[in-house]
Ligand binder design. Structure first.
Ligand SMILES: NC(=O)c1ccc[n+]([C@@H]2O[C@H](COP(=O)([O-])OP(=O)(O)OC[C@H]3O[C@@H](n4cnc5c(N)ncnc54)[C@H](O)[C@@H]3O)[C@@H](O)[C@H]2O)c1
Length: 268
């Protein structure tokens, strides 16, 4: 049942690719909670066409932007400010891609051009986005910016490959830029560290199905679904979390603080 948590709030959702995407679920829930959105993704993702269905369903404009290109981000943010005829209240960065993962290059034998590209897309794009939002003074006071991450930033998960390093960098940006956004704009910046989830990006990780089961059996509350992640994102966009900033927030059913569970031990 909707609660109008985001009534009169306006924002941009990056990264809805298809109906499995976490950003797709966030977009739907934000709308249900009374928010108004612009959808964006890389031009190549827009050409795939799936996102048009979401745009029609939600009656939301879809604007292209490659998140690694500052000029395209500037164009996007300006268009969003013009469209809403005012500043934004929330932004979701739900972007990730590793060519080493996709092309099955082992962590110990990376193609560093691919590493660089993946880092630009998955991590540096967050700094580029924040910098454009900051310099354009694009957010209202008590606005909220969220990016999605994974616990491989803190602990080793060998199959996560160079995405682990990208996520560590991403989380650090949220703290570093979060300071300036807090101090000078009264805007919060956080990352949500989500359970493994069956999406296009998630499926690139080798052995995902076994890992999903391991994670499910380790977490006292079980894995968090994409929809539950959307609910958490909405709470961070709402006025109920105004003083939460510069945090990496685990949304993982307790996985991050569980050493081992009974179910896992019994498998041995
Ligand atoms: N699926 C999981 O298990 C999981 C777990 C924790 C965190 N996350 C994170 O959640 C976020 C969303 O991923 P998802 O699982 O919904 O998968 P997804 O594949 O649906 O979303 C990834 C998105 O990144 C977009 N993207 C790629 N390159 C881009 C670029 N240059 N410019 C703009 N957008 C670009 C893609 O088009 C896609 O929409 C990612 O940051 C991912 O790392 C995923």
């Amino acid at each position: 049942m909707p609660h109008s948590l985001l009534k009169n709030k306006k924002g941009i959702i990056f990264g809805a690719l298809d109906d499995k995407s976490i950003a797709w679920k966030v977009a739907r829930l934000v709308k249900e909670e009374g928010g108004d959105i612009i959808l964006t993704n890389a031009p190549v993702a827009l050409r795939m066409g799936e996102i048009n269905k979401l745009g029609e369903e939600l009656n939301s404009p879809i604007l292209p932007a490659d998140a690694t290109k500052v000029s395209e981000l500037e164009d996007l943010i300006q268009k969003a400010l013009d469209h809403f005829n005012g500043k934004l209240d929330f932004v979701l960065h739900s972007i990730g891609m590793s060519l080493n993962v996709r092309k099955k290059r082992h962590y110990t034998n990376q193609n560093h051009d691919w590493t660089h590209k993946g880092w630009d897309i998955s991590a540096l794009s967050f700094h580029k986005l924040l910098q454009v939002l900051y310099n354009k003074d694009a957010l209202n006071q008590w606005g909220s910016i969220v990016a999605l991450t994974y616990i491989a930033a803190q602990r080793t998960f060998p199959n996560y490959n160079d995405m682990a390093d990208n996520k560590a960098y991403l989380e650090s940006i949220a703290r570093s830029f979060g300071y300036f956004f807090g101090k000078n704009k009264k805007v919060r910046v956080n990352t949500i560290s989500q359970s493994p989830t069956r999406t296009t990006a998630g499926q690139g990780v080798e052995g995902l199905e076994n890992f999903l089961n391991f994670s499910e059996k380790t977490s006292p509350l079980g894995n968090a679904s994409a929809f539950e992640c959307a609910q958490y994102v909405v709470s961070l966009f709402s006025d109920f979390t105004r003083k939460v900033t510069m945090q990496n927030l685990f949304h993982d059913g307790g996985f991050s603080t569980t050493g081992v569970s009974r179910e896992i031990i019994e498998n041995f």
